[in-house]
Design a protein around this ligand. Structure first.
Ligand code: A3P
Length: 288
């Protein structure tokens, strides 16, 4: 099990104490969602930081000022974390926020609002690899052990925010209708500009070709990696040691192939397939 020293358990889901308190989780429940709010929703390590870069740029017409001047955690705060209460009054409407919460644990006011959601899903094999390295560099997370040990914990849901399968299923089985856009990390890797255009249309916004080119360039991994407002280099080294593994680590699809043995792949596929069976959800990586 995840350690009680490092994690709080919110409805059974481990969340790191460094960023969550009983109070921040209570605030989440009573948070007043506005109709023009936009939420980037992710299971951890699926592209949250990317959404914290992308959404403000789509909403503000491509002005790079906030992404070059405000750290990602204050620019697009997490609904459930402690920082939000410090910055929420400074957020300009339409507000952009992120969350790792499953659908049923959103604030009560969310369901009756018109707020929009962009849900980014990522191949869970790449998530487990990304998370494994994240646990090695972040001192506020438990020691991942060997890759195989960590993979077992991931499959058992004994990791941040519980099981990946529960998260993706919760956000598909909703009454949100056209309030939600589903997009994958892999799609953005393949065609970032096309993905940004889809998001822009979904948000009912327009942008000149030049502005879209500029933000596409800005949001490429190689460029975002150098943005100190987004690469976590502002966090002290004893909390996040970028020398052990950079937070913006590889930024590719398919790194799992460098870490999974055929046996681990078979075990992983069997568990995920069984849990996704009957959900009707198909992802591009299911064909692999
Ligand atoms: P890797 O560890 O595979 O490199 P989150 O922000 O949800 O914690 O997810 C982190 C993952 O998203 C990391 O994956 C990180 O490198 C990747 N990521 C962040 N920004 C990205 C970008 N602009 N392009 C591609 N991947 C990005």
């Amino acid at each position: 099990m995840a350690s009680e020293e490092l994690y709080l358990f919110y409805h059974g889901l481990p969340v790191p104490k460094i960023a969550h308190t009983e109070e921040s989780l209570k605030n989440l429940e009573t948070f007043k969602v506005k109709d023009d709010d936009v939420f980037g929703v992710t299971y951890p390590k699926s592209g949250t930081t990317w959404m914290q870069e992308i959404i403000p740029l789509l909403l503000n017409g491509g002005d790079l000022t906030p992404v070059e001047g405000i750290p990602n955690w204050d620019r697009v705060p997490w609904l459930e974390e402690t920082r939000i209460s410090l910055v929420v009054d400074k957020l300009k409407s339409p507000r952009a926020m992120v969350t790792h919460m499953p659908y049923h644990l959103m604030p009560a006011s969310f369901y009756s609002s018109k707020a929009k959601v962009i849900y980014i899903a990522r191949n869970p094999k790449d998530i487990v690899v990304s998370s494994f390295f994240f646990h090695q560099m972040a001192s506020f997370l438990d020691d991942p052990g060997t890759f195989e040990e960590f993979l077992d914990k991931f499959l058992a849901g004994q990791v941040l925010f519980g099981k990946w399968t529960d998260h993706v299923k919760s956000w598909r089985d909703t009454d949100l209708g056209d309030r939600v856009l589903y997009i994958t990390y892999e799609e953005l890797i393949q065609d970032l500009r096309g993905g940004l255009e889809r998001m822009l249309r979904f948000l009912g916004r327009q942008m000149s070709d030049d502005a879209l080119d500029r933000i596409t360039e800005h949001c490429l991994f190689k460029n975002m990696k150098d943005n100190k407002m987004s690469n976590y280099s502002l966090v002290s080294q004893d909390l996040m040691d970028n020398n052990k593994s950079p937070f913006l680590r590889k930024g590719i699809a398919g790194d799992w192939k460098n870490h999974f043995s055929p046996e681990l792949e078979a075990k992983f596929n069997a568990v995920i397939r069984e849990e996704m069976e009957g959900s009707g959800i198909m992802f591009p990586w299911d064909e692999e």
